[in-house]
Design a protein around this ligand. Structure first.
Ligand code: ADP
Length: 249
């Protein structure tokens, strides 16, 4: 059997906040092309871990590598340029702009063009061709001319994902993609995550365990800042230590 193709890995990742260790020696390997979920009871260290991986926090110890390259010392923007993008970090849904205009802005950011592109019809046409593809990918084509602020909550999230995809990530980190969503939107965003995962790797922190069960190839369970269990949902959900950690939380 060939060894797994690891896109993102962390070794002995540790974060201390004035004496309190929120993340304690976490090892994590995310395999390319998979949906990997980070779960655990409240206070387990999921958000801290997520912030370390996206470099919104600097680790106290340990290291992180992406595609075999050590990225521990890099800033979030540098990591995004390498292809690891955190969704909702750019939460740039401008409510008074249309869906299409929102995606255009994201493309403009990626390309680093000046805002003058609005006045150049040729550039604008090139942008729009790509923007339409992104909008289609997240299932918002029929809303392309609508004002973003008027979209339902779930569709706003889909638009946020489209703006993230405009950065052409190889890997997407999703922070609670289902938070605050109605069931109808949960199904829609689940289908969307599955669709975008066909070409990318996804690591998500998510509280909704039925979504985690439904989408994830692999799950890492954190408790008290440490990895408690790892594996497919069927295995970890039956692990007595995991059950205990959830009940005891
Ligand atoms: P989770 O996302 O799993 O609920 P967090 O990563 O938010 O867990 O928090 C893990 C632990 O670290 C908690 O006990 C929390 O109170 C603590 N913590 C998180 N951020 C800070 C901070 N900036 N300063 C001090 N303690 C923190």
């Amino acid at each position: 059997m060939s060894s797994p193709d690891i896109i993102l890995s962390a070794r002995k990742l540790t974060k201390r906040f004035s004496g309190f260790t929120a993340v304690n020696g976490v090892d994590l390997d995310v395999e390319r092309g998979t949906i990997h979920a980070l779960i655990g009871p409240n206070g387990a260290g999921k958000t801290t871990c997520f912030n370390l991986l996206t470099k919104f926090l600097q680790p106290s110890a340990g290291n992180i590598s992406f595609n075999g390259r050590d990225i521990t010392g890099l800033a979030p923007a540098a990591i995004a340029r390498l292809g690891v993008v955190r969704s909702f970090q750019i939460s740039a849904v401008f409510p008074r702009m249309s869906v299409l205009e929102n995606v255009r802005i994201a493309l403009q950011r990626r390309r680093g063009d000046s805002f003058d592109f609005w006045r150049n019809q040729k550039v604008l046409n090139a942008y729009d061709e790509e923007a339409r593809e992104r909008v289609e990918e997240v299932g918002l084509t029929e809303f392309i001319g609508e004002t973003a602020g008027e979209l339902s909550y779930g569709r706003k999230r889909a638009l946020e994902i489209a703006t993230t995809l405009a950065l052409e990530p190889e890997m997407l980190l999703l922070d609670e993609p289902m938070a605050g969503m109605a069931q109808e939107d949960v199904s829609r965003i689940s289908a969307l995550i599955r669709r975008i995962a066909a070409k990318r790797t996804i690591l998500m922190v998510e509280h909704n365990l039925s979504v985690v069960a439904d989408l994830s190839d692999k799950i890492t369970v954190l408790a008290r800042g440490e990895v408690l269990a790892e594996g497919p949902y069927e295995a970890v959900s039956k692990d007595p230590r995991v059950i205990e950690a959830y009940i005891g939380a």
